[in-house]
Design a protein around this ligand. Structure first.
Ligand code: NAP
Length: 536
């Protein structure tokens, strides 16, 4: 195996010759680095940020907090969880950043990560079957295999509002928040009502002199039910963590929620109310994840859930106009066809006198000015700061931005111009030995690479018919649900011009793993090149 020449401090003269290059040091990339390194592969990570943590490195906006609860949302490695205890059921971004420092120290990850290394190109050399990957800072690596652990939410979406560049106040996207941004005593605007905007709004409403929230579609947010976690409680719980993490992989969401089997219509009204009261009181994602799941396919079941949500939420808002807007009689979209957000006191904060709401559906933004925003009503609203909580070019945005070229010379931008094609969500035709991971796939790819090496397989590459089949299966499953009825980032519909299609596997983690492992065992749907030069 070839040697690694670490990059020089200024990033020049860097050349790494690797078995595996990983792009991204979030949860997935860190785990991949650790697992591949244990197997003796020469592996290195290029990370765009100045430290590891992925979304937790980038998202430092006020109120940032994970909404997947503990103990599920953490590395399942015993060497990590044994000595780490969380202070809250839903820890803050600050605590997650501390956690990543601890993970780094425990697993010594940083020695194999180059930071501030934003990948800006990868060329495939077919003669030798390697890729040369470059970064904006001038790093270079040659690798036999490329793992893209670039996450779902990296590339910010900036809506193209007219004259945005004229605004002379502070303009910040939620995911590019910096420590010097101070909201105290300011007139702040937030655009958005997704999970990020909910968290920002809760916090900024407390600190800003005045807050105006611009909302195109209201959120259907669920109560977080935050609570402190006791160290002793966690110490005791750890006796079953190994089993708990195994169990999580067998659930649809990866979180430890048992779903109800059958249909909610099998219950009487009283039984349903009793169950939903219980799920509601548990907080987190219990109300949708631990529920009957027919609400995703059945409009009547879906509407029952919305009405339950509305009955619980509306009384929290005293201002009648705000209540009517934030909790409309008719659901703004089918419940859960946009990702649910968790809130702590969002509705009380929106009710405050120093918080105004602009309904963008009836009063859309016309243009930005030097001092603020003018909507259709013609009034100029003045702001010191505008926060874009407008989301991400999700799932594909980071890959299409990197100029990774395949065997055929095409970038992902070009390859996916008419929609995303992958086999198993893992590999793309034209891109030998390139694997896309979003978390659960790491262990599967680790086993795959061991198999390839054991069997003398130089490279695998998705076949186009397999990609077409995979895509069709995802779209067919999607068409059986209410998801395609709503414009969401799941559907790529939040980005103007992006193909509208389901970007996620809908069968749940357990079924996904069954399907992927079956295909990787036989390598069905892949073109395989062996060391002897044979192709199959
Ligand atoms: P998002 O869910 O895509 O929400 C973006 C918001 O911006 C929406 O309210 C959207 O309105 C609005 N928007 C976008 N373009 C607009 C335009 N041109 N004019 C007016 N409004 C516009 O993005 P996000 O809130 O950043 O969340 C993205 C994902 O990140 C979440 O779904 C979640 O998976 C993850 N996340 C997780 C956490 C956590 O764990 N704590 C926190 C934050 C985010 P429309 O609805 O009308 O499109």
């Amino acid at each position: 195996m070839a040697s690694i020449t670490p990059p020089s401090a200024d990033g020049k003269d860097a050349l790494m010759d690797l078995d595996i290059l990983v792009i991204g040091a979030g949860f997935g990339g860190c785990y991949a680095l650790h697992q591949f390194r244990k197997l003796g592969y020469r592996v290195h990570v290029f990370e765009a940020g100045s430290y590891l943590g992925g979304v937790w490195h980038w998202n430092t906006y006020p109120g940032a907090r994970v909404d997947s609860e503990m103990p599920y949302y953490q590395f399942s490695l015993p060497e990590i969880w044994r000595k780490w205890n969380w202070s809250e059921r839903f820890p803050s971004g600050d605590e997650l950043r501390e956690y990543f420092k601890y993970v780094d120290k425990t697993l010594a990850l940083s020695k194999d990560i180059t930071y501030s290394a934003t990948v800006n190109g990868a060329e495939f050399n077919e003669a030798v079957g390697t890729r040369t990957v470059t970064t904006e800072a001038g790093h270079q690596a040659i690798c036999r295999r490329l793992i893209c652990a670039t996450g779902s939410s990296f590339k910010p979406h900036f809506p193209a509002f007219r004259h945005l560049d004229k605004f002379r106040g502070e303009l910040v996207h939620s995911t590019r928040w910096t420590p010097d941004v101070d909201i105290r005593g300011k007139r702040v605007a937030i655009i958005g009502s997704g999970a990020t905007a909910i968290q920002c709004t809760q916090e900024i409403a407390k600190q800003a002199e005045h807050l105006t929230v611009f909302i195109r579609t209201v959120s259907i947010s669920l109560p977080m039910v935050q609570r402190p976690l006791d160290e002793m409680e966690q110490r005791i719980g750890k006796s079953t963590y190994k089993r708990m993490f195994r169990y999580c992989r067998d659930t649809a969401s990866g979180l430890g929620y048992d779903q109800q089997l059958g249909s909610v219509h099998e219950l009487s009204d009283e039984e349903r109310e009793e169950l939903w009261e219980e799920l509601w009181s548990r907080g987190g994602f219990n109300f949708n994840q631990a529920n009957y799941r027919d609400f995703l396919v059945d409009t009547k079941a879906n509407n029952l859930m919305y009405q339950f949500w509305a009955r619980k939420t509306r009384p929290r808002i005293k201002n009648p106009e705000k209540a009517a807007f934030l909790v409309p009689e008719k659901a703004p979209f089918a419940f859960r066809t946009k990702r649910s957000s968790l809130e702590q006191d969002y509705y009380e904060r929106m009710d405050q006198d120093n918080v105004d709401i602009v309904n963008l559906a009836t009063n859309p933004v016309q243009e930005f000015t030097e001092k603020g925003i003018i909507c259709k009503d013609g009034q100029e609203q003045l702001f010191d700061m505008v926060v874009m909580a407008t989301g991400f070019d999700a799932m594909t945005g980071s890959l299409t931005a990197m100029n990774i070229r395949g065997r055929d010379g095409l970038t992902f931008q070009e390859r996916w111009k008419d929609g995303v094609f992958t086999h198993l969500g893992l590999c793309s035709s034209g891109c030998p030995n390139l694997f896309m991971i979003y978390g659960p796939q790491v262990d599967m790819v680790v086993d795959l690479l061991r198999k390839l090496d054991a069997e003398g397989i130089m490279s695998i590459e998705a076949r186009r018919p397999a990609e077409e089949q995979w895509k069709q299966a995802i779209q067919d499953a999607n068409d059986k649900t209410l998801l395609p009825l709503t414009d969401s980032w799941y559907m790529g519909a939040n980005i103007p011009g992006k193909k509208r299609e389901q970007l996620n596997y809908l069968g749940g983690i357990k079924q996904y793993e069954v399907e992927v492992r079956a295909a990787l065992k036989t390598l069905e749907g892949f073109e395989v090149v062996t060391e002897r030069g044979g192709k199959s």
